[in-house]
Design a protein around this ligand. Structure first.
Ligand SMILES: [Zn+2]
Length: 452
């Protein structure tokens, strides 16, 4: 079979350097890469795949910069709680997860991401109960099944209730065990190649669930191994109070004191930064994963997206875990980012095109993949999404970008990851989504029963 796929007659939003948008254009894929953009290339081998993009918009695949896939089977709990109340309600349930639970949850969460236009995602997994088994292996297996480009993190917690932290004793691990499991995860799975489908990062959970030693030593290990670093930061005012009481400083000052800034670091949320801190994030190219739906769901404040972008901080979008965002549709985060930025900063605070940039090249930059993915350019990996704007929900919306960002979430007609088509005719091609749904419901019931 020919390695060529031609997507024809689509409105192409490239998000390249010139931010070109081409109407009735073609994109040619050969193997895993984009080899031509613009006019139809004329004759192709008879067995090349031709996909008609009429009535559709083609964008770079969206990049998700923050998630907790295991939470897909704990949605809808603690629906009206603050962050700290929500965490203390959920930790005892999360303490029951095992390989089957994590694999099934990841299949559900990744299917939802794919169907909302995501082609690359990270995951922040930080709950490792002693009897849980190989949880990182289980979610990596799920990502290979679904076919998304995957940047899972080896997360960790070592500060439990008895030591003044938030999580119960049963879900934290000793620091030596964490560091050796982290090194092991990198040697088993991390692939640094430009077309890598899988890269590992190290990710202690948050300032209130890990020790200072774990943060320091994780940074040293990550830099020895050449992998990225991720954690939650500046998410809530409760966290500011916690850092002030325990460390006498702000969350970012605390991170700076333990070596946690740089172009190999990205923080989830980043709501509570002041002007000076935003300048320091920019100066160090430290990234931020903006998760507007989760922030609003938990009643936290609104990220200073405009100020971060203007300062030059790398900013991407994240759905965050499904327990604080039951929807987890990545394009919806672009929609929410615009609305919340404008609610905070007025009508010019964030444009629809900036929102698409955050969802694509911005996220790729945050994950260190901007040279490989996040825009439609010749030579880049073929991570592409074809959105169907032909139905009543979108037909007649004047501007295709406004249709994507301000309109309803359109169906994904097709998507490609590394040149492989994982959605065709609006349906997942790598899994049966109905079977995934039934498995998710079963694993949810089993986990809740286990928690009593
Ligand atoms: Zn999170």
């Amino acid at each position: 079979m020919s390695p060529l796929t031609l997507i024809e007659n689509a409105h192409v939003i490239t998000v390249d350097q010139a931010r070109r948008e081409l109407s009735a254009a073609s994109v040619l894929i050969e193997g895993s890469r984009i080899v031509a953009i613009g006019e139809s290339p004329g004759t192709l081998p008879a067995d090349a795949l031709r996909v008609d993009g009429s009535g559709c918009v083609l964008t770079p695949g969206l990049v998700n910069t923050h998630h907790h896939l295991y939470q897909w089977i704990t949605r809808g709990l603690a629906a009206d709680h603050t962050l700290f109340e929500w965490l203390t309600t959920l930790y005892p349930i999360w303490a029951g997860i095992d390989e089957d639970a994590v694999r099934t949850a990841a299949l559900g969460g990744l299917t939802q991401l794919a169907l909302s236009g995501c082609t690359t995602t990270t995951d922040h997994h930080y709950v490792f109960p002693a009897e849980g088994g190989d949880l990182l292996g289980a979610e990596i297996d799920a990502a290979r099944t679904i076919g998304l480009r995957f940047h899972p993190t080896r997360g960790s917690m070592d500060l439990s209730e008895k030591d003044g932290g938030l999580p119960p004793d049963s879900v934290v691990q000793p620091i030596d065990e964490i560091l050796s499991a982290s090194a092991d995860a990198v040697s088993r799975w991390h692939d640094a190649a430009p077309d890598s489908m899988l890269r590992i990062a190290l990710a202690p959970c948050s300032p209130f669930s890990v020790t200072t030693d774990l943060l320091r030593e994780s940074a040293v290990l990550a830099r020895e191994l050449g992998v990225r670093m991720h954690t939650h930061l500046a998410e809530s005012l409760d966290e500011n109070t916690y850092c002030d009481e325990h460390f006498g400083c702000t969350p970012l000052q605390y991170m700076e004191s333990v070596g946690w800034v740089g172009d190999d670091v990205w923080f989830a949320h980043g709501i509570e930064f002041d002007d000076d801190e935003i300048s320091r994030l920019a100066a160090t190219s430290t990234g931020v994963a903006h998760c507007p739906t989760s922030n609003a769901r938990l009643g936290n404040r609104i990220c200073r997206t405009r100020d971060l972008v203007d300062a030059g901080v790398p900013v991407g979008l994240g759905v965050d875990g499904a327990a604080s965002n039951e929807s987890c549709r990545l394009l919806e985060e672009a929609h929410q980012a615009v609305l919340m930025a404008r609610a905070r900063g007025g009508p010019t605070a964030l444009t629809t095109r900036t929102a698409i940039e955050l969802a694509t090249i911005g996220g790729a930059r945050v994950l260190g993949r901007a040279a490989d993915t996040g825009s439609i350019e010749v030579g880049k990996l073929a991570d592409l999404v074809l959105w169907d704007l032909s139905s009543v929900a979108h037909s007649g919306i004047d501007d295709p970008v406004a249709a994507l960002v301000l309109g309803a979430i359109p169906p994904v007609a097709a998507s490609w990851v590394n040149g492989r088509r994982i959605i065709a005719d609006g349906e997942m091609r790598t899994v049966d989504a109905d079977i995934v749904a039934a498995d998710v419901a079963r694993e949810h019931r089993r986990l809740i029963a286990k928690a009593g």
